[in-house]
Design a protein around this ligand. Sequence first.
Ligand SMILES: Cc1cc2nc3c(=O)[nH]c(=O)nc-3n(C[C@H](O)[C@H](O)[C@H](O)COP(=O)(O)OP(=O)(O)OC[C@H]3O[C@@H](n4cnc5c(N)ncnc54)[C@H](O)[C@@H]3O)c2cc1C
Length: 424
Amino acid sequence: MTGSEPTIAIIGAGPAGCTLACLLAMRGVKTVVFDNDKRPALLVGESLIPSVIPVLRKLGIEDRVRELSVYKPGASFFHGSGLQLHFSFRDRGKKIPGYAYNVPRPAFDKLLRERATELGVQFIGSQASLLKSDHPAREIKLSPDSLALAGLSAHPEWLIDGTGRARVFARTLDLPTQQGKRKDAAYFAHYENFVHDEVDPGQVIISVLKNGWSWRIPLQDKLSVGIVIDKGAAKKLGDTAEQRLEAAIASEPLLREKGKNARRVSDVMSYTNYQLISEKGHGKGWIMLGDAFGFVDPMLSPGLFMALESASLLDNLFFSKKKPDPSDLDLYCAKLRSWHKSWQELIEYFYDGRILRMYEAGSKLAEGKNAFNPAKLMERHMSRVIASMAGGFGTCSNYNRKLLHYSSKHLIWDVKEAGFYAVQ
Ligand SMILES: Cc1cc2nc3c(=O)[nH]c(=O)nc-3n(C[C@H](O)[C@H](O)[C@H](O)COP(=O)(O)OP(=O)(O)OC[C@H]3O[C@@H](n4cnc5c(N)ncnc54)[C@H](O)[C@@H]3O)c2cc1C
């Protein structure tokens, strides 16, 4: 290999692949990025969480992201019983950004790619084809055609899988995956004139529906509306994605009135089988990133954060070393697994109703005018803990996880069983 050739090939120029390419370019490490440009016009992943902000700043693009986005101060949860739970990311302390953004995904992805290009990253606008390899240093290799397309005279030392849900390395190597227990389908589209009930401008609204749940994410000139519903229940709503989304909006009490005068301005996209985590995250000569490594669930929007964080972790723990040591990749994978586990645990509290139940119990207890009411202080503390976990800063903290576990079990009075608040 000549000294000027890249030693790292990233497959997939989604947010994970582009972020890694940028971070490596900032260190002076050359990469080549393959992308097949098979992105639909509309993409899921529009609601960011505050822990993404430090990565955007590191990449030097927060100002440009702000221009195309809507400021997101927090998220609200609406339940059919009338219960509403509002989380604010504000007041998290000086070091922690108290906000995030709602981004139009294609524009956000394009921006990441532009940033990588500015930093000198080389893109190959084509599918990379991968083959199994019996070379002692690599289990997987680029096909001779792909090497030729990139103008590489020798094989790169590292191949990085940033192919998202295509999970190209796992498929090539027949790697096992853990599947989540929910068998949901998601349908979503963009609307004009869909009522948003803004509690605080930019707030994302999650509604617990009779069947499944929905999101409403305000973008600059429209609202992204999606429903997430058990696949069996979805089939009963119609044959096509359009029929299913529109039937759900028309029949769900929390959406019906809001969508009455709305106009759909995009196609309806559908997603299924997305709860997947690879049992292996690296091997000889290869490493996985972002969704290619694993995706937990759309609830709480951890996806893009995990895509950017995985790139940042890989850069810090491995590629920042003068002589990257493959044993550090175990640490990288262990950290990502710990993130996945913490998100799974937190998201489960929202699905099985424990968060809403705890919140209702806390608000009842904290009623009254006494400013020094200890229940009020506890309720405020718990709201902050949950907001910091959902914001991606306190998600993995053992203190937060134990407090949530304890509170959801023991600080409960005078409310219905968790099942009443659960997502069916
Ligand atoms: C229903 C649903 C709702 C969601 N909502 C949110 C949300 O609100 N907020 C959020 O943060 N996340 C959300 N997500 C998750 C988010 O969309 C993903 O986590 C994110 O896109 C992952 O980024 P990535 O870079 O890993 O993969 P991707 O964005 O999938 O990028 C992969 C890239 O690889 C390319 N590629 C694939 N195969 C090849 C190949 N062989 N050769 C070359 N290129 C290839 C593709 O064209 C693509 O450009 C949601 C997910 C779902 C399913």
